[in-house]
Design a protein around this ligand. Structure first.
Ligand code: AMP
Length: 177
């Protein structure tokens, strides 16, 4: 992906101060999504990070991760596996709790979402503290999936979310803040 293209994507992200609460600079992806060519370029950029490796399933995180991961899975003709907040998935699930700034959250995956040994790539919109993705990686491992890599459209580098992600799994941020 050229530096010019990355700059175009950067320019389409809107930073909204103090949303959803005081002190958070929210990265709003909706201007990028609304622009057909830039949305498509975003999917190109995410796929670029995967370096042509064989992947069986894209695992995506509720909810904004679904937007990008669905498009990536369609392009690559891979399966799509949703990781959702507790209580949203209808079938038998496995779940894990993780810490948020205040309190705890639980995410779940269907118990039959992955076959042992399947190669998985995780896609989400933003890597912030890394708690959500670390929890999702744990679920992939519990089902016997092989996590080949993770790509985030936006990485908030100053929060050092990478430090809580499993070591040895390549992590890519397309746009670094
Ligand atoms: P975390 O578990 O802290 O890495 O946060 C993960 C999720 O929170 C991401 O999937 C984002 O959807 C959301 N998120 C966290 N911080 C931000 C932010 N500054 N702007 C937009 N979304 C965010």
């Amino acid at each position: 992906m050229s530096a010019d293209s990355i700059a175009l994507l950067h320019a389409a992200i809107r930073t909204v101060p103090d949303f959803p609460k005081q002190g958070i600079s929210f990265k709003d992806i909706t201007p990028l999504l609304a622009h057909g060519k830039l949305f498509s370029l975003t999917i190109d950029a995410i796929i670029d990070t995967m370096g042509g490796q064989r992947v069986d399933k894209i695992v995506a995180i509720d909810a904004r991760g679904f937007i990008f991961a669905g498009a990536v899975a369609d392009r690559l003709k891979t399966g799509f596996v949703p990781v959702r907040k507790k209580g949203k998935l209808p079938w038998h699930t496995i779940g894990t709790a993780y810490s948020l700034e205040y309190g705890e959250n639980v995410i779940e995956m269907h118990r039959d979402a992955l076959a042992p040994g399947e190669r998985v790539w995780l896609v989400d919109d933003v890597l912030a503290t890394g708690g959500t993705s670390a929890a999702a990686a744990k679920l992939v491992g519990q089902l016997g999936g092989e996590l080949a890599g993770m790509t985030f459209l936006i990485e908030l580098g100053f929060l050092n979310g990478r430090s809580v992600l499993p070591s040895g799994v390549p992590v890519h941020g397309v746009l670094i803040y």
